[in-house]
Design a protein around this ligand. Structure first.
Ligand SMILES: [Zn+2]
Length: 167
């Protein structure tokens, strides 16, 4: 039996978490959410937890490593970076390899604020950067029932899955 080497579909899974701190913007999916307690996500870039988990899922699908490899937090170049711009770089890599996105499904784990009012704008941002229809992007949110770091409002995390198809 020959060793399997070139499937037509590949799946990727991405996870990210960032700490909530005072005096930072809360940027998720390229949207400023304005936290009721004035908290934002801490990180070297804009700490966009949704976009980071999608980037890791895309890279993971093709076994290309993770975002730390391409945009190391030790590199001053990426300080305060717009994660949507980083995402545009990741999708270039994916398409250069001859792959296209089938769909993306993400779930944010966040106690506050309510995500739903912002989902439309998030999908619009992501669909424009990736040049895919908004109905190929799923964004859901759940609280962590007051459990764990997300439940104690110490941070916000996100899980994403993507399915790629060979063109
Ligand atoms: Zn991150």
């Amino acid at each position: 039996m020959t060793r399997r080497s070139s499937p037509q579909f590949r799946i990727g899974n991405g996870y990210d978490i960032h700490r909530l701190v005072k005096d930072r913007d809360l940027i998720i999916g390229g949207v400023n959410l304005h936290h009721p307690d004035n908290l934002g996500l801490d990180g070297h870039s804009d700490a966009d937890v949704l976009i980071h988990s999608i980037m890791d899922a895309l890279l993971g699908a093709l076994s290309l490593g993770d975002i730390g490899k391409y945009f190391p937090p030790t590199d001053e170049k990426w300080r305060g970076a717009d994660s949507l711009f980083l995402l545009s770089k990741v999708i270039e890599l994916i398409r250069k390899d001859g792959w296209e996105i089938n769909n993306i499904d993400s779930v944010l784990v966040v106690e506050k604020p309510k995500i739903m009012p912002y989902v439309k704008s998030m999908k619009k941002n992501i669909s424009e950067i990736l040049n895919i229809d908004q109905n190929l992007i799923g964004i859901k949110a759940t609280t962590n029932e007051k459990l764990g770091p997300e439940g104690r409002e110490e941070g916000i995390s996100c899980h994403s899955v993507v399915l790629l198809e060979k063109k």
